[in-house]
Design a protein around this ligand. Sequence first.
Ligand code: ZN
Length: 242
Amino acid sequence: MKVALIADVHANLPALEAVLREVDRAGAEAVWSMGDQVGYGGDPGAVIARLIDAGASCVLGNHDAAAAGLIGTEEFNHLAATAAAWTASVLGESTRAWLRGLPPVAESDGWQRAHGTLHDPTREYLSTMRAAEHHFAVQTARWSAAGHTHIPMVVWEDGDGFAITAPDDGATVALDERRACVNPGSVGQPRDGDTRASWALLDTAAGEVTFHRVAYDIGAAQARIRAAGLPEALALRLARGR
Ligand code: ZN
């Protein structure tokens, strides 16, 4: 089975559309979205409708939880809190109910999925030794997938510690006997200095994951953020990839 791994779409419809075109071309039979479907971007309702249309299996991210009223925004920075309040104000009740119904952790085909870590799905970043210890302590499946950091990466359980693979565009990573967590990077707000949308294609039969970057119309995404009256910094960062 071929599965498209996506995360952190963040209400960026032009980026999502560009990625889904590639997903179709690659022949993926399923889409797994590792949370933060909304927040920051100007098209939350349209992005959710498009993900539902694509049959995506989504988990709950911190921005989804805030927009749905499940959590407050005390731990958000000013930009994130402003975007969360705006997102909540423009989503209809049925869409907010869809967000509230998202599971923090999902499991299928031998993979566990969460936004941050399996230990603390909507808060913890899988970017420290401590977080990796927390994550793998509760990973019961051989493989997992996460988002939240907006950086494409594979974290491996490796002897007494952990190893990291930072894949370039087009890199194929073979899954081996080690337990691993795959982060496909962010579709809608990459933060590794590459402005292109990030996603990954999992081939379960071949036991490998290929990482991809896709150029999209950044100007269109920025126009939607400005039309929404969201902070200018959220538009500008898309052109920096930070
Ligand atoms: Zn995010």
